[in-house]
Ligand binder design. Structure first.
Ligand code: 5GP
Length: 196
């Protein structure tokens, strides 16, 4: 589970993880936000109307959902179950409210928070990205502060002041979480080492 204020570099880092680490997939969220330039439906998000989103909430189709920067975002239960069945580790790129909701039911997940080196640098990155208007950027900075206040709900903090270093840190977290005792199949231990 990865959260970060927008502009912290999370999307770039997630793309690199998906490309380099085997057997890991991103859960594509549903959103009522308008697609940005270059975004593809069902790849970056599944873009839906507010009415469609509300109907999905009523039918209990989300593992979690939240309002972020004035738009609705949600993780599809069906998509999670499918990836899980197929044996993938799943990256959820969700905000702090969503992560806190999921923590109640999803106790074996790893919660990672990516931080920008400072709010000033975050603002510069958002301006350089040229995808959001000035007032949207101001709202994102305010939201970033509120999100960072939840840092303690996460298992790991990665500060993205160098993409290379932040990637290496994320990679280490994923590799070590795959080595957790809880992920070992007892039958495998039994067969290989003849112990119960
Ligand atoms: P953006 O609009 O910049 O792609 O994403 C804005 C924020 O929404 C990001 O912090 C991202 O993590 C969050 N987000 C994306 N998908 C979901 C989701 O399914 N659930 C929740 N709770 N947050 C999401």
């Amino acid at each position: 589970m990865i959260s970060a204020p927008s502009g912290a570099g999370k999307t770039t880092l997630c793309r690199r993880i998906l490309k380099k680490i085997p057997d890991i997939k991103l859960s594509v969220s549903y959103t009522t936000r308008q697609p940005r330039k270059g975004e593809t439906n069902h790849v970056d998000y599944t873009f839906v109307s507010k009415t469609q989103f509300m109907s999905m909430i009523n039918k209990g189709e989300f593992a979690e959902w939240a309002t972020v920067h004035g738009n609705l975002y949600g993780t599809s239960l069906k998509r999670l179950e499918k990836l899980n069945r197929e044996g993938y580790d799943i990256i959820l790129d969700i905000d702090t409210h969503g992560a806190i909701q999921l923590k109640k039911t999803c106790t074996n997940a790893v919660y990672i928070f990516i931080l920008p080196p400072s709010l000033k640098i975050l603002e510069e990155r958002l301006i350089n990205r040229k995808t959001d208007s000035q007032d949207v950027i101001a709202r994102r900075i305010e939201n970033a502060k509120a999100e960072i206040a939840h840092y303690n709900d996460y298992d790991y903090i990665v500060v993205n002041n160098s993409l290379h270093k932040a990637y290496r840190e994320l990679e280490s977290i994923i590799i070590s979480s795959r080595l957790r005792t809880s992920r070992v199949d007892p039958k495998w231990i039994e067969n290989i080492y003849n112990v119960k």
